[in-house]
Design a binder for this molecule. Structure first.
Ligand code: SF4
Ligand code: MG
Length: 314
């Protein structure tokens, strides 16, 4: 499949209480070059872990991560650096990811200096160019993070990623901490940058509404597994999995009068003791006896549309 720029099979574990919790379990996911893949689920479902695995910040405990057809964990030297710089991560809280003691010009220039990617004399011009690409003027160069508003700080985080000319951005809840009015501006910035640079995005959010307008495809994750994946338009028109349907019911719809809010019943279970069978069964309004016993596989239910639910098999 030559059209696949990235293909991952990640089984990532993090130790808790000396036991291993598989935050992401047997996820097999291919992200195509130039695509925006929205990854959606409640907090704690493993989205961030998956994002960190893709960005090379967290090795998969089993399975493999391929970047441009190469095994990412086997890359060394210049090839490893090209991968690490080529896949940039944008975090939810830009405040926490920016060094409070550095000025913006230092924050932006750091990676170029550390890796010797640019003659020092050229760094200031590159800083100004990155600032202008994210819609900030050169006045921001000398500021410290605390002198900048939340939305502008996220622009700085994006400018820092741009400095190393990435091709792929993993955006982990990049607008969740921002006011709703600012969220749209930052999402538009991501889309503008995609048009200019042809970026590929893995766009992680707990909110289906946020990924709606930017994603080509949407993957829904529950307790470390992808339960549904399809074209974004298909997910919004014909959601198949009961969990996806419940998430959709929480997206405010302007065409409905007021806000319909149907909360998903119950808490997300602990990944230490996941429910048997379909892990969504304790919360599913359609659960059947088989759901407690067997985990449903991801079935192809329509062209490009996969869903893991026993309802598709009865
Ligand atoms: Fe609900 Fe059963 Fe489908 Fe799981 S497999 S989502 S419990 S109907
Ligand atoms: Mg998270």
């Amino acid at each position: 499949r030559p059209d696949l720029a990235q293909r991952i099979l990640a089984l990532a574990g993090r130790p808790i209480d000396r036991r291993t919790v598989h935050a992401v379990n047997g996820v097999d996911l291919a992200i195509r070059r130039g695509e925006v893949l929205g990854l959606v689920g409640e907090s704690g479902c493993g989205k961030s872990t998956l994002g960190r695995v893709v960005a090379g910040l967290h090795p998969p405990t089993e399975g493999e991560l391929l970047f441009k057809g190469q095994h990412a964990d086997k890359l060394r030297g210049a090839e490893r650096l090209a991968y690490i710089l080529g896949v940039q991560m944008i975090f939810q809280d830009p405040q926490a990811s920016l060094n409070p003691r550095q000025r913006v010009r230092q924050i932006l220039g750091e990676a170029l200096k550390v890796h010797g990617l640019s003659p020092r004399a050229e760094i200031p011009a590159r800083v100004d160019r990155a600032l202008s690409e994210v819609g900030l003027d050169a006045d921001y160069r000398e500021r410290f993070p605390h002198q900048i508003s939340g939305g502008q700080r996220q622009r700085i985080g994006i400018a820092r990623a741009l400095m190393v000319s990435p091709s792929f951005m993993v955006c982990d809840e990049p607008v969740a901490a921002l006011d709703v009015s600012i969220q749209a501006q930052i999402i538009n910035l991501f889309m503008d940058l995609r048009e200019q640079h042809g970026f590929t995005y893995l766009f992680i959010s707990h909110d289906l509404g946020v990924v709606r307008h930017i994603s080509d495809r949407v993957a829904i994750m529950y307790l470390g597994k992808i339960v549904e994946i399809s074209q974004a338009s298909e997910i919004f028109a014909r959601a198949n999995h009961p969990y996806t349907q419940a998430l959709l019911a929480e997206v405010p719809d302007v065409s409905r009068r007021g806000r319909t809010f149907i909360p998903i019943k119950g808490e997300i279970p602990s990944p230490l003791a996941p429910p048997s069978g379909c892990t969504f069964h304790p919360r599913c309004p359609h659960a059947m006896p088989v759901c407690k016993e067997q985990a449903p596989p991801l079935d192809l239910i329509a062209p490009g549309h996969w869903s893991a639910c026993h309802l598709n098999r009865v």
